[in-house]
Design a protein around this ligand. Structure first.
Ligand code: FES
Length: 153
């Protein structure tokens, strides 16, 4: 909830250390404005992000998740971002099956020199998730780690 009393989305961004995190840092040091809805988690590589991190984030009340890594062919661990792309394609299918809106989870590539691109990406993701409203589809059951889809009210 924003200070104005209006609902604002909470977005979690998993950024690879070598490209996207550096791009976010560049946006900050260049004083490029972007929405404050995003909390960043720095990971060594986008390939390190397990789909369970994303499901768990949604389950815990995050409204949207962004994963961003190096551009294809530029991963510092050679193929981590290709591995991430394959995992996330499967995750999208699972989310669709569970009735979770596809745009709640987004993937992108941002390099260390793309601070402005990072800021634009955060604006776009925030606007799309704001449009969707609060996430209510995944709720925690008494059995930890089990996800159930519920009807949005
Ligand atoms: Fe950036 Fe692998 S090191 S995606």
């Amino acid at each position: 909830m924003a200070e104005s009393g209006k609902w604002e989305p909470k977005i979690l961004a998993f950024l690879c250390n070598w490209c996207s995190y550096a791009g976010a840092d560049l946006a900050g040091t260049s004083r490029i404005q972007y929405p404050p809805n995003v909390r960043i988690i720095r990971v060594p590589c986008s390939g390190r992000v397990s789909p369970f991190f994303i499901l768990s984030s949604l389950q815990k009340g995050v409204d949207g998740v962004l994963v961003s890594g190096c551009h294809p062919g530029e991963c510092h661990y050679l193929t981590g971002n290709y591995s991430a792309r394959r995992k996330f394609a499967l995750l999208k299918s699972l989310l669709e099956f569970a009735g979770v809106e596809e745009s709640r989870v987004q993937f992108s590539w941002v390099s260390a020199s793309e601070g402005a691109r990072f800021a634009k990406l955060i604006e776009k993701v925030t606007a799309e998730i704001r449009e969707l409203g609060p996430s209510k589809r995944l709720v925690k059951t008494p059995h930890q780690g089990v996800f159930h889809a519920t009807a949005n009210k």
